[in-house]
Design a protein around this ligand. Structure first.
Ligand code: NAG
Ligand code: NAG
Ligand code: NAG
Ligand code: NAG
Ligand code: NAG
Ligand code: NAG
Ligand code: NAG
Ligand code: NAG
Ligand code: NAG
Ligand code: NAG
Length: 615
């Protein structure tokens, strides 16, 4: 905490030196329904499920620390450092009277935070991704022009060797148009694709920015390209779900529409059917997640889209339904299912066990805050306190279970993130306008600064914890290459599973770059107390884009996960030169390993030759 105070003093000094940047304007990311006719109400019959009819599993909640600022955006920078970002919300008791936006670097080992200011514009309602080299790029934010920064691109590179941390690079780039509530995804070539957003307000159709662009931008004059899919799906087109497909195309989902798309030449590959039920994107916010990829299905991608809301009203019912689709099927259809609770603004993530967690959110209303004559000051009511869990491999009708509730309402501007140790970091909620911190008649849902850790059922299992020993930390791997690590701590090494999970950059129920991969592993005994595990990495950077933010988890046959170890995908990474601990005794696996590694370098050489030929 001492360090935090020091940083706070420094920040205040910096701030005092830059008075021109202070803005007295009250900033709210409110809806501006008067710019045009109010958007349509969608009449969706909502059948409210009975949560008590679902299996009830255990789990625990614990308040572990304070975030310093409202926890609106989260990104895990290293295994022990969580970056928290927010716009200006002038109510943090940790920053009395502040008018600058801040980020907060939360240390997971000490449960304390350091505050880092932004000096230029508003980083709120942003999007973000990591480059291969670990640089976090985040863009967008509040209102363009002199008060804001919808056009700014900011970067943060964590480097513990040069002091406490780096400062934000707020001149990393600019867009030619404003993008507030846009989405981003890391492409297979390490470029970033940015899609959509708003020029200013949220839902006003003529303020939507129906374009996309790359960074670096290959277009002459840096001009964004029109994306008709966005105008076709108005008005709910902010924060589109964006995923690179294993075949290199992009899955984009917004409102109720979805398509497969090639952004390099702006070609629609396949228009998918609309999902039944309510709209599913901001401010009728649901959550879209890519289910774990596996080689046994030929990396067939599947998406699950859950929740949403029916209208811009405080009492409009949230949608309890989910749709699951496999876009590469010949005739893709949405397989519909019902969650134990109706839910808008859920946060979704793949857990080390391969199950999907839905956490945070509300049962009525819509996302956002802001005072207008048309809308209530609190846009969402009836927080959902219970997380739920989805088993993608169970038969339809028996996939859902209910987990124990928190006591804290986590609705608008809340976020959640899987930690390397298997717990889930839960932050934020700033649901009231004006922002307030003490509950009263005018402050129904005070802004929360408590960080909670939710422990899913596997944390409570009384079983030995597998321990991963990887060749390096972080462990940099390439594509289609064989690698080996050691697992210890167990008495039984049969029936292990291993997954790579990236939680990406999260805000507003999106996890940009979220992805999970199930590894095909070969287990061979090392000694009485440990085993070698070898696996082949996915074939190329479309299956797994070259991000450094994967964590490798091993789960024992009893269902107990290891602590995750950071794995970084890099197109240029070579084969494993020295397998951990040697591998002379694991016969068949090892010989496959070396021959595969040889074969893959031969393939790389051939590929290189072909590239040169075409140049
Ligand atoms: C918005 O429009 C409604 C209906 O036309 C009107 O009653 C209200 O006063 C307007 N609000 C603002 C803030 O202009
Ligand atoms: C949006 O539309 C409204 C009326 O429909 C108009 O008054 C306003 O100028 C438009 N704004 C922009 C940026 O085009
Ligand atoms: C990381 O890579 C990106 C993209 O190539 C580059 O723009 C950025 O400067 C790099 N960051 C550092 C710290 O080298
Ligand atoms: C954006 O909103 C601000 C105030 O909320 C207003 O001053 C500005 O003119 C708006 N810009 C556009 C392009 O509508
Ligand atoms: C990457 O691998 C996937 C899955 O095998 C395949 O469909 C795709 O064509 C590959 N992409 C490239 C560029 O080789
Ligand atoms: C767009 O690119 C894809 C993949 O490279 C190609 O198959 C398709 O023919 C291209 N479409 C157009 C219209 O150029
Ligand atoms: C609460 O809100 C009402 C209506 O907007 C207002 O009249 C009152 O002054 C507010 N009370 C406080 C303590 O802010
Ligand atoms: C939690 O449930 C698991 C079974 O799912 C059980 O093995 C474990 O003992 C339970 N733990 C607690 C603390 O209730
Ligand atoms: C294998 O492990 C999974 C959990 O990871 C468990 O559900 C399954 O029952 C186990 N099977 C055997 C044969 O132990
Ligand atoms: C290989 O096995 C032999 C005998 O079974 C043992 O002495 C040796 O330590 C093992 N080597 C490794 C690397 O595990």
């Amino acid at each position: 905490m001492k360090r935090s105070l020091k940083v706070l003093v420094l920040s205040v000094l910096v701030w005092a030196l830059l008075p021109s940047l202070a803005s007295s304007q009250a900033e709210t990311d409110n809806l501006q329904p008067n710019n045009t006719a109010p958007p349509p109400t969608v009449n969706v019959p909502v059948t409210v499920p009975d949560p008590t009819t679902f299996p009830q599993l255990n789990g625990t909640w614990q308040v572990i620390g304070k975030s310093g600022i409202p926890g609106v955006h989260l990104a895990l920078l290293t295994p022990t450092k969580m970056m928290i970002i927010n716009r200006v919300d002038t109510a943090s008791p940790f920053l009395p009277g502040y008018t600058s936006p801040y980020s907060s670097l939360y240390d997971l080992t000490t449960n304390s935070f350091d505050l880092i200011p932004f000096l230029k514009g508003q980083p709120g309602c942003a999007t973000g991704v990591f480059h291969t080299n670990g640089t976090l790029v985040t863009t967008g934010g509040k209102i363009g022009g002199s008060t804001g920064a919808g056009e700014y691109v900011r970067a943060f590179t964590y480097d513990d060797t040069i002091g406490v941390y780096n400062r934000w690079d707020e001149s990393y780039g600019t867009f030619t148009t404003y993008r507030w509530y846009s989405s981003a995804v890391l492409m297979p070539d390490n470029s970033i694709l940015f899609v959509g957003g708003s020029l200013n307000a949220t839902i006003t159709p003529n303020l939507t920015n129906p374009t996309y662009e790359f960074m670096p931008n290959p277009n002459p004059n840096n001009q964004p390209t029109e994306l008709p899919f966005l105008t076709e799906n108005l008005p709910w087109v902010l924060y589109p779900a964006l995923y690179v497909m294993p075949d290199g195309n992009v899955f984009i989902f917004v409102n109720q529409g979805a398509q497969l798309w090639n952004p390099y030449n702006n070609t629609v590959i396949k228009r998918l059917p609309n999902i039944p039920g309510s709209p599913r994107t901001y401010p009728l916010t649901g959550s879209a997640i890519m289910l774990p990829l596996r080689s046994s299905t030929g990396w067939r991608p599947e998406f699950l889209v859950c929740g949403g809301s029916t209208a811009l009203k405080q009492n409009s019912p949230a949608d309890p339904t989910c749709g699951r689709i496999s876009p590469l099927d010949a005739n893709p259809t949405w397989e519909m299912d019902t969650m134990p609770y109706p839910r808008l603004m859920p946060d979704s993530m793949v857990l080390p066990t391969g199950k999907i967690l839905f956490i945070n959110g509300a049962m009525t209303g819509f996302a956002g805050y802001g005072k207008t004559s048309m809308l209530a000051d609190v846009h969402a009511m009836n927080p959902v306190y219970n997380p739920v869990m989805y088993d993608p491999d169970a038969p339809l009708g028996s996939r859902w279970s209910v987990l124990p509730p928190s006591t804290l309402p986590r609705m608008y501007h809340s976020a959640a993130y899987l930690l390397p140790d298997g717990r889930v970091f839960v932050a934020g909620s700033s649901s009231n306008d004006p922002i307030c911190v003490v509950q009263s008649t005018n402050c129904t849902f005070p802004t929360l600064f408590d960080i909670e850790a939710f422990s899913p059922p596997y944390m409570l299992l009384n079983a030995p914890v597998p321990i991963i020993t990887a060749p390096s930390a972080p462990w940099v791997v390439g594509y289609n290459k064989q690698y080996q690590f050691t697992v210890s701590g167990l008495t039984d090494y049969s029936n292990l599973t291993a997954r790579l999970i990236n939680n990406g950059f999260t805000t507003h129920s999106n996890h940009f770059d979220q992805r999970a991969v199930e590894l095909d592993i070969q287990v061979s005994p090392k000694d009485a107390k440990s085993a070698y595990i070898s696996f082949t990495t996915p074939p190329n950077s479309s299956v797994v884009p070259p991000t450094p933010m994967f964590y490798l988890y091993v789960v024992s046959g009893a269902g107990k996960p290891s602590v995750g170890v950071q794995v970084s995908f890099d197109t240029n990474a070579g084969s494993q030169s020295t397998p951990s601990g040697g591998s002379q005794n694991s016969t068949t696996t090892t010989s496959t390993a070396s021959s595969l590694a040889g074969a893959s370098s031969l393939v790389s050489l051939l590929g290189f030759a072909i590239v040169i030929f075409f140049l």
